[in-house]
Design a protein around this ligand. Structure first.
Ligand code: FE2
Length: 426
């Protein structure tokens, strides 16, 4: 197994530089000035050393599909994206699905993302999406940890086989039960959708992650149903609510009450800045609101909130490259999260807070005894990392370097002596 020493590491919340000793794929010691002979040694040179980034919300079955077999999303709306995805589904094969997802796994590794939760659309009778991602999860498990959510993209009760397919997706290996109550035809079916997800999760002993209130409609209030289930069934801390963008538009009196219930339910909330900023409140005209959930208010109440990527080049969002710092940087702007302490919070939201949502804290983190998954950034602190959307100089998995990045070198030729520019304060 792999052993190495990282010297001059700047850890978050520590002033002095540290050494990290890795033995047999695990962190064995973190201290000042550790020396070890005959061991691969990396000099972090005072750069920030962190546990890997976590993406708690992506759709790996749809990645890289923008513009290949699909027509472009001309309106840019969520509903046209769902239509395009529906047209594409009959042409999906395991080969295409795995090839695209495999490519994005490489992008994630290059971006220091080593824990991922992906949704897999389970509304098609072939369940080829679920099968493909379950197989891929096993194929890449030495490099990256993937959780697969059985995700009823078209709702559970909008067609006769919805329940059977969700159940089958769990039987073939999905790790997490998903739902989509706001997609159901009626409010009553939406409530049933949430309740059924809890029922199934208890039956199969799985985690829960529901796409919920992913709309700008202030009357979409399924999150209150989910919070109630979480409280009465004793699911505190274990279930995730993805998107909750309608909360942006709730009236403040209702939101104030709801935030207290979410705290009591100990929900894990996932906001997705890339997709939410372009898909929600699309029919506003002016003024244009931004469709992210109430991030700062949730955090102020002590609710766990983390950041997902959601789409990477698909009908919903045609951009992206699997970079979680870029998602955090965007949220800093769209959610007014640019205060000094909030920048630090953004880094938590793409690392430790996401790890809590995925329930992987046991193996995750820079502590003696934990698996040596480590990222060395090209930045000296959180603010610099978020400002520069810094590169990952080294990505280390179980004590082995699996990606090295050489940042771009920019040489100014406008003065007599050539000068390098790296956008950092001297
Ligand atoms: Fe999503």
């Amino acid at each position: 197994m792999n052993s190495l020493l990282i010297k001059n590491a700047k850890l978050r919340n520590h002033d002095e530089l540290k050494s990290i000793l890795v033995e047999n794929g695990r962190i064995s010691r973190i201290d000042e000035g550790i020396s070890a002979e005959n061991l691969e040694t990396i000099d972090a040179k005072g750069n920030l050393v962190i546990p890997p980034f976590v993406d708690p919300h992506v759709h790996l079955d749809a990645v890289l599909s923008a513009g290949d077999l699909s027509r472009p999303n001309k309106s840019g709306t969520l509903l046209e994206a769902i239509d395009i995805w529906g047209e594409r589904k009959p042409f999906l094969t395991k080969e295409i699905l795995k090839e695209n997802a495999r490519e994005v796994v490489k992008w994630y590794i290059a971006n220091g993302v080593l824990r991922v939760r992906t949704h897999a659309d389970c509304s098609d009778p072939t369940l080829v999406t679920v099968e493909s991602l379950v197989e891929l999860r096993e194929e890449v498990k030495d490099l990256i940890d993937i959780q697969v959510v059985a995700f009823p993209q078209n709702g559970i009760f909008t067609k006769p086989d919805g329940v059977t397919l969700l159940r089958k997706a769990l039987e073939i290996g999905a790790d997490v039960v998903g739902g989509a109550p706001h997609i159901e035809y009626t409010r009553e079916d939406g409530v049933k959708d949430v309740e059924f997800v809890y029922h199934l999760a208890e039956e199969f002993d799985k985690l829960i992650d529901i796409h919920i209130d992913e709309t700008g409609d202030p009357h979409s209030r399924f999150i209150e149903v989910m919070a109630k289930e979480n409280i009465v069934r004793g699911w505190q801390g274990r279930a995730a609510a993805s998107h909750t963008t309608a909360m942006h538009n709730y009236n403040n009196d209702y939101a104030f009450k709801l935030l207290g219930i979410l705290k009591k339910a100990d929900m894990n909330m996932i906001t997705n800045p890339f997709d939410n900023s372009v898909l929600q409140n699309r029919t506003d005209g002016y003024p244009r609101k931004r469709g992210h959930t109430r991030v700062d208010e949730l955090l102020a109440r002590g609710v766990n909130v983390c950041i997902g990527h959601d789409s990477i080049m698909d009908p919903w969002y045609s951009m992206g490259k699997g970079n979680m710092i870029a998602a955090a940087n965007l949220l800093a702007h769209t959610a007014h999260m640019n205060g000094h302490d909030q920048i630090t919070m953004l880094m938590d939201m793409i690392t430790t807070r996401s790890a809590r949502t995925l329930a992987v804290e046991e193996t995750y983190g820079l502590e003696a005894g934990k698996q040596a998954d480590i990222v060395i950034l090209d930045a000296r602190n959180d603010a610099e990392a978020v400002r520069l959307t810094s590169e990952c100089l080294y990505v280390i998995r179980k004590g082995k370097v699996i990606c090295r990045t050489t940042p771009a070198v920019r040489t100014l030729e406008i003065v007599e002596n050539l000068e390098l520019v790296d956008f950092k304060l001297k």
